[in-house]
Design a protein around this ligand. Structure first.
Ligand code: FES
Length: 384
């Protein structure tokens, strides 16, 4: 017999007689090539330890006890999930605090965290106990294969999957599966109740007093609202506006609002006032009395995703949004001339009072700011 030892490539060695056997169990190892060479492993193959039966494999009482533990975990999870819902809606619970050692926190937050956290933890503990005590625990070994699977392998794999499912014990102890489904289903429901914090359902009547209303709605033709400088709150006279000038403004009644209400109202009612040469602009037929000698007021809120805008090009009458470069032509009904915005900039109808101050006799005729699913496209949205 010829000796091929000198022909062995680096990192390769001949198989030793009897190698791969451990306590009578034959371990898996690569097949030698046509020269009888086997690629050397990084570590020795330890083989497979002899299988040791668990108590739950040989003792029905132990198996029943493990089943009870698992079901108890899965049954407790929905109870905690229901407790989460109760704590969430418990009136006045957020007025209390829990003080315990270093813990000093809102009682409702602590109880919500504990109830839902424990529910998830118990599902996890039940699943682990199920795997440890009930599911099959036979060690297996398998040779490495090429990446893709042959039809025979797929068939064999599916047979193993079926076998695995059978070994979960579900066929004999269906109560585990049912309790797990109940635990996961009801526990998943608990976080859904927090969607209530997203706000009231956007019905048409609700939208009319929220998205579609600004502070300018307090004005009437008999008692119009003055336009004031957004920093100094001083009223703005039409005669003080020069051609090409832009002023950021707010309604005078904004000063009557406070706190969060004021912040929200300010964000929606913000406008820019621009003065353009009336001979150099196009005014839609429906808006001929919305301006004062070329002085026009537009919403300051971009109709794309709501950035405040005031980058003004005097010569072109274009207003550029710095966020995504939507560009509106204020000399042509606020039409979009560039960028992702889908709607023209809403215009506010203005006039002057008997002292020459700019005033608004009512609200915008279309909602300001970005689009939302319930909104229809109107002629004004197209700048017409
Ligand atoms: Fe103005 Fe996007 S927010 S272009």
């Amino acid at each position: 017999m010829s000796d091929n030892t000198n022909n062995l490539p680096d990192g390769a060695r001949r198989p030793e007689p009897g190698a791969g056997e451990h306590d009578g169990v034959v371990a898996t190892r690569p097949e030698p090539d046509e020269n009888g060479i086997v690629a050397e492993s990084m570590v020795d193959d330890p083989g497979i330890e002899p299988h040791v039966e668990r108590y739950s494999d040989v003792d029905d009482k132990a198996a029943a006890r493990a089943t009870r533990q698992i079901v108890a975990c899965f049954a407790a999870a929905p109870v905690l999930a229901l407790a989460f819902i109760v704590f969430y809606f418990w009136p006045g619970l957020d007025r209390y605090t829990i003080e315990f050692g270093l813990l000093n926190a809102n009682a409702q937050h602590v109880l919500l965290g504990l109830s839902l956290g424990l529910a998830v933890l118990l599902i996890g503990i039940g699943a682990v106990q199920w795997a440890r005590e009930i599911m099959g625990d036979h060690e297996i070994s398998e040779e490495r294969h090429v990446a893709h699977s042959s039809p025979d392998d797929i068939k064999a794999t599916m047979a193993e999957v079926d076998k695995g499912i059978a070994e979960t014990g579900l066929s004999r102890r269906a109560v585990i599966g049912r309790s797990l489904l109940g635990a996961i289903g009801l526990t998943a429901l608990a976080p859904l109740v927090t969607l209530a914090d997203l706000g009231p359902w956007p019905t048409p009547s609700r939208l009319k007093v929220t998205n579609e209303r600004t502070l300018w709605a307090d004005g009437t033709p008999a008692r119009p609202i003055r336009l004031v400088n957004d920093i100094t709150y001083t009223p703005i006279k039409a005669a003080d506006m020069e051609i090409g000038q832009l002023v950021n403004a707010q309604p005078e009644n904004l000063q009557e609002a406070h706190g969060t209400e004021k912040i929200v109202a300010k964000a929606k009612a913000a406008i820019i006032i621009v003065r353009m040469d009336p001979n150099s602009i196009k005014i839609p037929a429906s808006r001929t009395d919305w301006h004062v000698g070329g002085i026009m007021a537009y919403s300051k809120i971009c109709t794309h995703v709501g950035c405040p805008i005031s980058l003004w090009e005097q010569q072109t009458h274009h207003l550029l949004c710095p966020c995504h470069q939507s560009t509106f032509d204020l000399g042509d009904g606020g039409k979009v001339v560039f960028g992702p915005a889908a709607r023209a900039l809403p215009q506010l109808r203005i006039t002057v009072d008997d002292q020459g101050y700019l005033v608004a006799p009512g609200d915008f005729t279309v909602p300001v700011g970005p689009s939302y699913p319930e909104r229809q496209m109107t002629a004004e949205d197209k700048g017409e």
